[in-house]
Design a protein around this ligand. Structure first.
Ligand SMILES: *[C@@H]1O[C@H](CO)[C@@H](O)[C@H](O)[C@H]1NC(C)=O
Ligand SMILES: *[C@@H]1O[C@H](CO)[C@@H](O)[C@H](O)[C@H]1NC(C)=O
Length: 491
């Protein structure tokens, strides 16, 4: 192993481990920034030798994870590296972009936001408990989502970091208070794209400098309309760097981010040994107080044009995760099915695709409520009509002989009474339902029906299951398993 000087370290969140103060972003090895002819294995060795051992990856970075895996295998140096890798950015069934497959036509699969953060993290629990996952971080979430993650017993305390875009050209987490609140939650902030996806390095001067399949060609900041304007900020960093011997604009940017907050750990992507060294050296750079002030001013005055992503992608960034209770009906189905499996009542392989777990309707309860409301409205309208008819008749009775008109009115009265009586009967059926019990019954019945429909041969077992485990009256179960789809009529 090399005797080179090791990069400084920083603590990742208040409870986390020490990691290199600058991490290695590995996305560009396998995706998004065009093909690379870099010797990735060599770059990794160089980063490890320099102590830049906080490596960031994701399952959607094309071949990047495989490259890291290969390096661990061939060097046996896995234990030196603090490896962070992300999942869930999009459906793993969708093949990741391949830099060699021509221009990226659909580069922005939108994240599936229909799964609450609690459920996503729950999927890690086994790995956390077995020690395979030591810490947890979130990416592009809201503060509320972070709070919910932190509140999870047995998992929340492992949540030590959040990964967000931050650079002199992208300050929103600072401006909207996110960075401060995340720091108060004790989290480290992994600043991704700290060089503005290369913009601030000053190395890319026009769109022609990118490969045809480079993601940046699709980003508003690199559009023909905005790119040259945005280079002005890069040029200002270049002017500051020029005041120091052998210092690059990127190093000035990284040094500034490190100085911004001890919670920040930037992870610039780099695809060459030269860049590894350049980025590592930025931790040794001491900018003069005057230059720090100048940077502060130029960053505040920067006029960066275009958003960091196209609007469709921004829509899924920094937003709240689906509330858990919006999902809990489906989740209870999963629990029941899992306990049926655990009890040996149903074979796991009969459960089918995972969609089956999540796809149960949850709006039926509100259909029942709507119907009840409609009945109530009709009932009160009718009562009003009845009162009016009566009043009119009383008025007329004294003034008039018996006429056809009166007979008609009487007939109207008696039919209105009959209708009211039938509505009252229907209402009294609803009225006898305690809403909480009704919900419990409704759920048990839905679960029972759905399960029974799939495993009709297990009906007897299901009955005893619901009676024993869910505390549902056996009569109810027998009755309800037998009836048709329209469970609404079961009050
Ligand atoms: C998102 O995930 C849910 C739950 O797994 C699934 O039902 C839904 O089809 C997914 N939506 C998209 C757009 O992939
Ligand atoms: C360029 O920036 C402007 C101002 O922020 C923005 O409105 C526009 O959509 C951007 N252009 C492109 C092509 O994204």
């Amino acid at each position: 192993m090399s005797m080179e000087k090791k990069i400084q370290k920083r603590q990742l969140g208040v409870n986390g481990p020490l990691v290199s103060a600058i991490g290695l972003g590995t996305m560009g090895f396998g995706a998004f920034y065009g093909a690379t002819n870099a010797n990735v294995q060599e770059v990794l060795t160089c980063a490890a030798d320099r102590g830049m051992t906080f490596w960031d990856c994701a399952d959607v970075y094309g071949t990047s994870e495989d490259e890291l895996g290969k390096w661990f295998e061939t060097t046996g140096r896995r234990s030196e590296v603090f490896l962070a890798t992300k999942f869930g950015a999009w459906d793993p069934e969708v093949p990741p972009p391949n830099p060699n497959s021509g221009p990226i036509s659909k580069p922005f699969p939108v994240r599936n936001l229909s799964v609450p953060v609690e459920i996503v993290l729950e999927s890690l629990r086994d790995f956390v408990e077995s020690g395979q996952v030591k810490w947890i971080g979130l990416c592009e979430c809201s503060i509320d989502t972070l709070r919910r993650a932190k509140a999870l017993k047995g998992l929340g305390e492992k949540v030590i970091a959040v990964q967000m875009e931050y650079s002199p050209s992208e300050l929103s987490i600072k401006e909207n208070g996110f960075a401060e609140e995340a720091t108060q939650l004790g989290l480290g902030i992994i600043a991704y794209s700290p060089l503005g996806r290369g913009l601030l390095s000053g190395r890319f001067r026009s769109r022609a400098d990118f490969d045809a399949n480079d993601l940046r060609l699709l980003l508003p900041r690199f559009s023909a309309e905005n790119f040259s304007n945005n280079l002005e900020l890069a040029d200002k960093f270049k002017a500051i760097a020029a005041k120091y011997d052998g210092v690059t604009p990127s190093q000035v940017v990284l040094a500034w981010i490190l100085a911004e907050s001890p919670s920040f750990i930037p992870i610039p992507g780099c695809r060459s040994a030269e860049r590894v060294e350049e980025n590592a050296k930025s931790t040794e750079l001491n900018l003069s107080p005057e230059d720090m002030d100048a940077i502060k001013d130029l960053v505040n005055a920067a006029d960066v044009r275009g958003s960091r992503y196209p609007p469709s992608v921004l829509d899924s960034c920094q937003i709240d995760s689906l509330p858990l209770d919006a999902w809990s009906v489906s989740q209870s189905v999963k629990d029941v099915l899992q306990s049926l499996v655990d009890d040996g009542l149903v074979q796991a392989d009969k459960i089918g695709s995972s969609n089956f777990f999540w796809s149960f309707p949850s709006q039926r309860g509100s259909m029942l409520q709507n119907r009840l409301n409609a009945v109530k409205d009709t009932h009160s309208d009718l009562q009003k009509q009845l009162a009016e008819t009566k009043a009119n008749m009383d008025k007329e009775r004294s003034a008039r002989e018996e006429t056809d008109e009166r007979a008609e009115a009487l007939a109207e009265l008696s039919s209105a009474r009959a209708e009211l009586a039938s509505l009252e009967k229907e209402m009294s059926q609803y009225g006898s339902c305690d809403p909480v019990k009704l919900e419990a019954k409704r759920r048990a019945v839905t679960l029972g029906q759905e399960a029974a429909a799939r495993w009709t041969d297990n009906v007897m077992l299901l009955q005893s299951y619901f009676t024993r485990q869910r505390g549902v009256d056996p009569g109810d179960v027998r009755q309800y398993l037998g009836i048709g789809e329209d469970f609404e009529d079961i009050c």
